[in-house]
Write a protein that binds this ligand. Sequence first.
Ligand SMILES: [Fe+2]
Ligand SMILES: [Fe+2]
Length: 148
Amino acid sequence: MTITEILQRDHARLEDQAKHLRDANRSDPRHDFSTFSEAISRHMFLEEHAILAFLTTENSCNYLDMPELLRQHDALRLQMARIEEDLAASARPTIHGLILQLLAEMDAHFLFEAQSLYGLFDTELTKDQQQRLRGWLQVLGETLPDQA
Ligand SMILES: [Fe+2]
Ligand SMILES: [Fe+2]
């Protein structure tokens, strides 16, 4: 499995969880939000700590879109913090809109990554680098399936 396939597969899983969250959003989103929030946080952690750190180590960190990726991650985290605050304060009607906004931001972010970044990992890294990066992903993301 290539680096891009590993990451896209994780996106597909998150999109699936987002679908559940969208459905639960009409009644009580608490459980699905916490599942989704944990999963997307782990995915962003992988991107920042495995991929970004690896590219820096390999002196391959010439991806101009990286700062934008980090900015979008921060925006997603901020939005999730807002939702958590609202959920803690009780089920105010704003939560519904905040969750829809979060999922729209996630969709835009995934599109950005797929179009600007993910393909580069398979085309610009050598086979050897890709093998090592897969190892880093494996160490950090014990839940990512079939990474060999
Ligand atoms: Fe991301
Ligand atoms: Fe991603």
